[in-house]
Design a protein around this ligand. Structure first.
Ligand code: P53
Length: 474
C-alpha cells in the first residue's frame, strides 16, 4: 500500500449547491437559480431552459441551499475535525461578476472567498478551487447565448485573472471548468446553452466546447503569469470508462468511440491539440469548428498540470441497437445496464473496479498526476438519535478506496481524493436534498424546510480514521 505521504484527503462541494444567499452582497443570478427541485421537473427544465425561464416554480433549491454562505465557519470546523487536508469548493462566478460582462469585479463577493479560504488555512486545509462549476451568470446565457458565443472567452478570462490574482497566496490548486464534457450531456449546465428548433446541436455544443478549451488554456496562461509553478492547474472530467457490452468487435469499436467522446476534452487540455480522430468525428456529426488565429498556439502552449475527474460509475455501450431497451436511469450519460453491477436508489450503477480501470486508462493516456475530486454515494439517510447509521455509504467508499489504492499500486501517480458532497447539499441532477452524499447530515428537505442543523453520520468517524491512517485502515 503506497499512497504518498502528503496525500490530499478531503471533501468537495460546489458554490451553487451549498452556499444559498443567492442575492446577497451583490450576487447576480446563476444558471442554476432558475431551476426547480425534483426529478422529472428538474430534468425537463434542464432540457428546455427557455421554458424554465418563463415558468414560476414553488421552490428553487439553490436560493438557500444549505446556507453555507453563513455557516461555512461551523462547517469547516467539522471538516478540520475529520482531518481534511484539502477542501474542494468553487467560486460563484456571479458573486464576482454579477452579470458576467462587467469590467470591474464585485468587492463583496471577493471578500467572501478571502474569508472562506482563510478559514480553511487556519486549520491547515488546502483549498482546491473550481473556477466554474455549473453557475455561469444567467445573463450571459440569456443575452449572449452562453458559450456558443466567443465573447464568453473574454469574460471568463477576465474573471479567472481576477480570482487567480486575488487568491494567489491562499490557493495553490485550481480547476478551470467542472466536468468540462458536461457541455455535451447537459448543455445548459455546462455551457449555458439553449437551442433553436432545427439547428445542429452538435455544432453548437462542440463550438461551445472549443471556446471553453481556449478559455481554459487562457486561464492556465494567466495562472502561470501570476504565480508561476506555485499554481497547479487541472482539468476536470466527468469520467467513467465505457465498456463494450460484449466481445463482439463492433461493440469494442463502439466503446472506443464512446470513450473518445469524453477523452476528447482532456486530449486537448492535456496534450494541447485536437487529436487526429476528431477530423472524422466532426465530419460524421457535420460539425465545423470555427477557430481564430492564435487558438491552436494557446492550446499548445498552456496544457494543464494535472488531471482531475469525478467518478461515480463505469458506462456500457453496444453496437447492437436492440440492446438499447435496457438503459440505466438517472445519470446524464447514456449507458446500458451492466448485468454484473448493482445500482444506487437513483439508478447509478456501482462499480469500484471501474475506478481502477478509469485511473489506469487516464494515467496511461496522459502520464500526468491524477486527482479524484468527486466520488460518493447519493442515498436516502434516516436521522435517528441525532445520527445516521450509513453503513451503505461506508461500504461504497471502502470498496472505491480499495480500488483507488490498487490503481496507485499499479503505478498511477495520485495527488488526492475529495469525496463528493462531504456535507449534504442540493443534488445537481435532481435538485433534491434527499439524495445525500455527506459525512455530515443537514436537516433540510426537498421543499427547503428544516432547521438546517448539522449532525455527524457514522461515516464521519470512519472517514476520520481513514485519513488518520492515510488509507491503511479502511
Ligand atoms: P447529483 C450527473 C448529473 C449531474 C451532475 O450528481 C453530475 C453528474 C455526474 O455524472 O456531475 C457531478 O448531484 C457534479 C456535481 C454533482 C455530482 O456529480 O446529481 O460535478 O455538481 O452534484 C453528483 O447526484
Amino acid at each position: 500500500m503506497s499512497l504518498r505521504k502528503d496525500f490530499l484527503w478531503g471533501g468537495a462541494i460546489a458554490a451553487n449547491q451549498a452556499e444559498g444567499a443567492y442575492q446577497e452582497d451583490g450576487k447576480g443570478l446563476a444558471l442554476v437559480d432558475i431551476l426547480p427541485a425534483g426529478g422529472d421537473q428538474r430534468w425537463d427544465a434542464l432540457a428546455h431552459p427557455e421554458k424554465a425561464l418563463k415558468t414560476t416554480y414553488d421552490h428553487y433549491p439553490s436560493h438557500e441551499a444549505i446556507d453555507f454562505y453563513h455557516s461555512y465557519k461551523e462547517d469547516i470546523k467539522w471538516f478540520a475535525e475529520m482531518g481534511f487536508k484539502v477542501f474542494r469548493t468553487s467560486i460563484s462566478w456571479p458573486r464576482i461578476f454579477p452579470k458576467g460582462d462587467e469590467l470591474e469585479p464585485n468587492e463583496a463577493g471577493l471578500k467572501f472567498y478571502d474569508d472562506l479560504f482563510d478559514e480553511c488555512l487556519k486549520y491547515g486545509i488546502e483549498p482546491l478551487v473550481t473556477i466554474n462549476h455549473f453557475d455561469t451568470p444567467l445573463y450571459l446565457a440569456t443575452e449572449y447565448g452562453g458559450w456558443r458565443n466567443r465573447k464568453l472567452i473574454e469574460f471568463y478570462e477576465r474573471y479567472a485573472r481576477v480570482v487567480l490574482e486575488r487568491y494567489k497566496d491562499k490557493v495553490k490548486y485550481w480547476l478551470t471548468f467542472n466536468e468540462i464534457n458536461m457541455v455535451l450531456h447537459i448543455p445548459f449546465f455546462g455551457g449555458g446553452l439553449m437551442f433553436e428548433a432545427g439547428e445542429n446541436e452538435d455544432q453548437v455544443k462542440f463550438q461551445a466546447a472549443h471556446h471553453q478549451l481556449v478559455a481554459s488554456s487562457l486561464a492556465t496562461k494567466a495562472a502561470k503569469e501570476i504565480n508561476g509553478e506555485n499554481f497547479k492547474v487541472g482539468c476536470m472530467l466527468a469520467a467513467g470508462d465505457v465498456y463494450p457490452y460484449s466481445c463482439h468487435p463492433d461493440d469494442m469499436m463502439k466503446a472506443i468511440e464512446a470513450n473518445r467522446n469524453q477523452y476528447f476534452f482532456i486530449d486537448v487540455q492535456s496534450q494541447g491539440e485536437y487529436p487526429s480522430y476528431t477530423k472524422r468525428m466532426f465530419e460524421d456529426l457535420d460539425v465545423k469548428i470555427e477557430m481564430e488565429q492564435g487558438d491552436e498556439e494557446i492550446l499548445k502552449q498552456y496544457p494543464v498540470d494535472f488531471i482531475s475527474f469525478s467518478y461515480y460509475s463505469s458506462r456500457l455501450t453496444s453496437a447492437d441497437p436492440n440492446r438499447y431497451k435496457d438503459e440505466t436511469s438517472g445519470n446524464a450519460f447514456e449507458s446500458l445496464k451492466n448485468p454484473h453491477l448493482e445500482a444506487s436508489e437513483w439508478g447509478w450503477q456501482i462499480d469500484p473496479v471501474g475506478l481502477r480501470v478509469t485511473m489506469n486508462n487516464l494515467y496511461d493516456r496522459y502520464k500526468k498526476p491524477l486527482f479524484i475530486v468527486e466520488n460518493g454515494l447519493g442515498a436516502v439517510d434516516k436521522l435517528e438519535n441525532d445520527t445516521v447509521e450509513d453503513d451503505y455509504r461506508i461500504e461504497y467508499m471502502r470498496d472505491h478506496l480499495e480500488q483507488m489504492i490498487e490503481a496507485v499500486n499499479d503505478g498511477v501517480d495520485l495527488l488526492g481524493y475529495t469525496s463528493w458532497g462531504c456535507i449534504d447539499l442540493v443534488s445537481a441532477g435532481t435538485g433534491e436534498m434527499k439524495k445525500r452524499y455527506g459525512f455530515i447530515y443537514v436537516d433540510r428537505d426537498n421543499e427547503g424546510k428544516g432547521s438546517g442543523k448539522r449532525y455527524k453520520k457514522k461515516s464521519f468517524d470512519w472517514y476520520k480514521k481513514v485519513i488518520e491512517t492515510n488509507g491503511e485502515q479502511l
